[in-house]
Design a protein around this ligand. Structure first.
Ligand SMILES: Cc1cc2nc3c(=O)[nH]c(=O)nc-3n(C[C@H](O)[C@H](O)[C@H](O)COP(=O)(O)OP(=O)(O)OC[C@H]3O[C@@H](n4cnc5c(N)ncnc54)[C@H](O)[C@@H]3O)c2cc1C
Length: 503
């Protein structure tokens, strides 16, 4: 199985479609202006690259620069290097060092907090999206620019899979480097758990082949499994172990606005009792835009079950018997059809997010508190679909120890997501009220959650972010940072600091 292709036009077009909506609400703290004259060396870099260097006055620049979260779309790069191979990545790193220019690395561009935007050089790995399966060792090597859709397309006919995420355009780089949650995580582990090797260009311009074996850049390999993107190197390829793709049952069940707390407790109980058999994403969400009230707050669970539909119906008997659902889709299908069913929309827009982890259940009191905060949402133009979500993250994810990989959150059973989103219709005052609401909501929920956050759901306003993302792995990550990037050139507002550096 081998696919290799240039960056998808559809993918670029999709992100371009939101350009029209980019107005009010995008200029927020964090937007950076380009300062100083353009460096002299861009021509030299353009000549050196095998791929294309896109400059601001060239066709496609704005579309290529556009990040998933439009909040950061007004951070214009000096130029975008579309890297087609290791040579291009090395040329970019060398150029940035010589010119003393900042840079950011981008794969899918989905970082919520804009960490793949920069006023300097944008090093885009998207063109490196080849996928090659090695029948001899049963491993698959995926170019660092591939996304979830590329993987689905390449794997579909093979009967094999690597556990990955829901959003078709999320990049394999960001997904893996931060952990990688998906509907197969509780059964097969996170995406980073399947990683067996990675190629990466470090700050000294060297291409490394990192594995778990001592002496083979094993510390860099350890950090690549949850240490977060953009911190140590530009990865050019990832090699994964695969699992067999068996038939599954998918489900999407929506309950009307009744007994929300009881239903959410039922769903968590089922997940906790059968972590490797079922994988749920359960949430409470308003039925329409406008004021959020308990009387119009439905419960939804979406997910995958590793068994036949009849067995799932039995497992879900308690919540199905408690309140009659308004939607109840339960269907057996093959793994890849299930993946297509579970795929998320590719939302573009303006948003901020907080995440936490829960060990065991988010209690009834915690859920009541959540509903209370939903009802206090200050208003805006959009229906808030992601105000309070629980992603199942126990089972196989917990089979790995907290310090075995850089992904530290191995004692938890759920990731909690809290989000506020807005559109260009909303005034800066409305946006500010929503952000304050999110900050207060998150702070008030701390009583019920672990003091941890998922680095792939980042926010610039997250307090104590270093400890929240990395817990007891912080010191080791800082030591690795010192070893591979002593001049701290891989730098962004939440990059891993050198030991002793202020945060
Ligand atoms: C719509 C949507 C759905 C999502 N669904 C899921 C989900 O189901 N499961 C889940 O776990 N997460 C999910 N996420 C979060 C997602 O995993 C993270 O945002 C992830 O980091 C995005 O990776 P990316 O390559 O697309 O983004 P980018 O913004 O390109 O990269 C993310 C970070 O990694 C760095 N980076 C990118 N490429 C490289 C590289 N080659 N080498 C080194 N550093 C690099 C960037 O500098 C940045 O800091 C979702 C996000 C969105 C917007």
């Amino acid at each position: 199985m081998q696919t290799s292709r240039a960056v998808s036009r559809r993918r670029l077009f999709q992100s371009g479609a939101v350009l029209a909506g980019a107005a009010l609400g995008s200029r927020l703290p964090g937007a950076e202006a380009l300062e100083g004259p353009p460096p002299r060396g861009l021509d030299a870099l353009a000549k050196d690259l095998h791929g294309r260097l896109i400059r601001p006055d060239e066709p496609g620049f704005l579309v290529a620069a556009w990040p998933n979260n439009g909040r950061w779309a007004d951070v214009y790069p000096l130029a975008i290097a579309m890297c087609v191979d290791d040579h291009d990545v090395r040329a970019c790193i060398d150029w940035a060092r010589q010119e003393r220019r900042p840079f950011a690395v981008r794969c899918g561009g989905h970082n919520y907090a804009g960490f793949s935007t920069t006023p300097g050089l944008l090093i885009d790995v998207k063109p490196m999206s080849g996928i090659a399966f090695d029948a001899k060792n049963g491993l698959v090597t995926i170019g660092a620019g591939a996304n979830n859709q590329d993987m689905a397309d390449a794997f579909r006919a093979s009967g094999l899979a690597v556990a990955s995420g829901r959003c078709p355009t999320v990049g394999i780089s960001g997904l893996t480097l931060g952990g990688g949650w998906g509907f197969s995580a509780t059964r097969y582990g996170l995406t980073c758990d399947a990683l067996r090797a990675t190629d990466a260009v470090t700050a000294d311009g060297r291409l490394r082949h990192a594995t778990a074996r001592a002496g083979e850049d094993d510390h860099l390999f350890w950090a690549a499994r949850g240490g977060g993107g953009g911190n140590f190197a530009v990865h050019t390829a990832f090699t994964f172990a695969v699992h067999e793709a068996h038939d599954v049952t998918v489900f999407n069940i929506v309950w009307p606005a009744k007994q929300q707390v009881e239903l959410m407790l039922d769903l968590q109980e089922i997940q906790l009792k059968h972590p490797e058999l079922i994988s749920t994403r359960s949430k409470m969400a308003p039925e329409q835009a406008g004021k959020v009230t308990r009387g119009a707050l439905h419960v939804q669970t979406l997910g995958q079950f590793f068994g036949p539909p009849a067995q799932l119906r039995e497992l879900l008997a308690k919540p199905l018997g408690r309140v009659a659902p308004t939607i109840c889709e339960i269907n057996g299908m093959n793994y890849w059809a299930a993946r297509d069913y579970l795929v998320t929309d590719d939302p573009t827009g303006l948003y901020d997010i907080r995440s936490s982890y829960v060990a065991g259940q988010l209690s009834g009191r915690g859920l009541e508190r959540m509903i209370g905060w939903m009802e206090q949402w200050p208003g805006g133009s959009l229906r808030q679909d992601n105000m309070g979500i629980l992603f199942a993250a126990g089972g196989k994810v917990k089979a790995v120890g907290p310090t075995d990989t850089a992904y530290v959150h191995r004692r938890s059973d759920f990731i909690v997501e809290m989000e506020a989103s807005w559109s260009p219709l909303d005034t800066p005052q409305v946006v500010e009220r929503q952000q304050r609401w999110l900050t207060d909501y998150f702070a008030d929920m701390q009583e019920f959650v672990q003091k941890e956050s998922y680095v792939n759901f980042p926010s610039r306003d997250l307090p104590n972010w270093l400890a929240a993302y990395y817990g007891e792995n912080v010191a080791r990550l800082q030591k690795i940072k010192l070893g591979y990037d002593p001049d701290d050139i891989f730098k962004f507002p939440q990059s891993i600091p050198l030991p002793g550096a202020p945060q």
